[in-house]
Design a protein around this ligand. Sequence first.
Ligand SMILES: [Zn+2]
Length: 368
Amino acid sequence: MKKNTIYPEWDAPYFTGIATMKIYCFPWCKGQPKLENTIQFKSRAEAEQKGYRPCKNCCSGLPHGSWEDNKQEVTLFVPKEFSFAENLKYLSNAPNECLFHIKDKRVYKAIPIEQETPVVEISADYENVMTIRFLGGTTPSRKWVRAAIARYVRDWFDLDTDLVPFYDLAKTDILLQKAVDEFHGLRNVGIPDLFEAICWGIIGQQINLTFAYTLKRRLVENFGRHVECKGERYWIFPSPHNIAALTVEDLAVLRMTVKKCEYLIGVAQLMVEGKLTKERLLDAGDYKKAEKMLTKIRGIGPWTANYVLMRCLRIPSAFPIDDVGLHNAIKYLRGMENKPTKEEILQLSATWTNWESYATFYLWRSLY
Ligand SMILES: [Zn+2]
């Protein structure tokens, strides 16, 4: 059958069908409704025979031919417009980062997938590939968990965006031409986890980056969990469940403003209730509607909303136009005496349509 030959790597122990929508999901899809509205299939083939379509959240996440599963190691095939070294330089600029670490040109991180928490080493010693190696006996025994890890890392490094059109438009752009040359192959390294992305956006409001990293570390070390692997400790960001039940007093150890504590708890509660999910934002229809869904939430203004849409949902036209870093980059690159006005930014970015988020990312990069 066509589908089995195209997607042999997509085996999962079962698939969940959503009767009302006639779609089926992998067990690890986060957009699934309550159990009573679902039926189970033994295979994709069975689901498709019954007229079910694959869910776009979980089934289309890993392009065919984009990875190879070798059990202890997973190989990701990367596009030509990708430089591991450039992305590593970007990641190295977060000296107090607590959710991954870098050593000898390798990135180390624990990535939780359902009940498993494999620890991975990500490297790129060979051309056109990135290697994910599972450390210290944490190799997931199930193939779909390894697939989910591959999907996470592809998403983290934004490997599935074709940068050619962006580079074409940037060639003649007065703000971007130097940056795309200098940082060729840099990707919008993101924050795949929605709760983490929103928390990071809220934590960072009105404080400098160094202090933001300190606050994040306190949050993670007080309310997250960790795994030990080969003598190293790997921290995992708290889940919405961890934070939703807390009070502002519980969060006092962070020494963060009361308002920010309230915002984090409020967002966690919305996520626990299922009112705020990545899928809901992606299904909003368009960028403006997704932005509105976010800005309705207490603590999320236009900057935070666009930051999240850019770093987590990878909406190409997300544009944190009020961003101080963006203003500084423009001021510096244009040799301006004062920061640009909103009108000036709109004028300078007029040709960036659908690449606003990448343009912002590259301009941020040109600041250090
Ligand atoms: Zn799904």
